[in-house]
Design a protein around this ligand. Structure first.
Ligand SMILES: [Mg+2]
Length: 325
């Protein structure tokens, strides 16, 4: 592959990695560590779980990312209010009959008399004040396509701004938007260069929160899967994902470690952490996928991958700008 093909494989890889992690983890959501071993074959996509997912079916994590991905594919500016209005309207339409809208996101979307950017931000603030928190993992899980929006820019500035703005459509807490900024800038760097400079990703978070996140990621790097508390919280989810990568031997800065085996192992580690398995695996998969690229992903997994709104892996590849996976 030439440089352009490699970059496209990584751009497609982040979207497929998100959806694969989501679908692999869905059967085990809200249970203790399932202790699974992923083999890279079709049996890994077993389906089931409390919500009766079909084999290979993704959940809300990928479904909420798709309206963002569609805007990026159409060349829209994610920072413009009309674009964010369309994204909120698509989420509202999806949530009307989706089986698995997260509690916080459902509270925000169901309260919208008119689904648009300003109304969503206002409702997010209202729900945040009513419950005293809005630091769930529900905005981090959908952030992958934001990384593909401004790849031609000289800096990651607009990428970071868009990651924060889209997080704030539903989640007010800085923990949620900071995690989105770090993850999204890291994915952008992975797509462009094939490796991640953690310091660069952290540089888009204001001090003193930057120092806190540096410590959180350092702790995750040396930690054990399943030891970060309730991973419905965005901080614990990000730490579990970072730990899953590290324990798979996947060094974000070293392309020699970005192998198909490491991608599969990172997905397995994320799921075996237990708890919000689909989301932790989705957060892991979107970054791992941007590092290893679409070509490193098991074909039997891609064959059965599908979900709302009635699309499959081929359409995810097309929307992320690539040819056949
Ligand atoms: Mg989910």
């Amino acid at each position: 592959m030439d440089v352009t093909e490699q970059r496209q494989s990584r751009a497609t890889g982040t979207i497929l990695g998100l959806a694969l992690g989501d679908a692999l983890g869905a059967p085990y959501e809200f249970h203790a560590s399932p202790g699974i071993t992923l083999r890279g074959d079709q049996a890994d996509m077993c389906g089931g779980g409390d919500l009766g997912w079909a084999p290979g079916e993704w959940t809300d994590d990928t479904s909420m990312a798709i309206p963002i991905l569609r805007e990026v594919a159409a060349g829209a500016d994610l920072l413009s209010p009309p674009t964010q209005n369309r994204i909120v309207a698509a989420w509202k339409q999806w949530a009307a009959d989706a089986p698995d809208v997260g509690i916080h996101t459902r509270q925000v979307l169901s309260g919208l008399a008119f689904p648009a950017m300003a109304e969503a931000r206002q409702q997010a603030q209202f729900i945040h004040e009513a419950y005293g928190k809005s630091g769930g993992n529900g905005s981090l899980m959908r952030t992958a396509p934001v990384a593909l929006a401004y790849l031609e820019d000289a800096t990651a500035e607009r990428t970071a701004q868009a990651a924060r703005a889209l997080s704030e459509l539903t989640h007010v807490e800085a923990d949620a938007s900071d995690a989105c900024v770090i993850w999204t800038v890291a994915i952008r760097d992975a797509v462009l260069r094939g490796s991640v400079d953690v310091g660069h990703a952290l540089s888009h978070v204001p001090e003193p929160r930057r120092t806190r996140w540096r410590t959180l990621l350092a702790d995750a790097h040396v930690g054990q899967p399943g030891n970060f508390g309730n991973n419905g919280w965005v901080v614990a989810a990000a730490q579990e994902a970072w730990c899953a990568l590290s324990r798979a031997g996947l060094d974000v800065a070293d392309p020699a470690t970005h192998t198909p085996k490491a991608f599969r192992q990172a997905s397995e580690n994320a799921i075996n952490a237990g708890g919000d398995t689909d989301t932790v695996a989705a957060i892991t998969g979107m970054l791992a996928g941007a590092l290893v690229g679409a070509r490193a992903m098991p074909e039997p997994w891609l064959k059965v991958l599908h979900g709302w709104p009635g699309i499959d892996a081929g359409e995810l590849v097309r929307l992320s700008g690539g040819g056949p996976a």
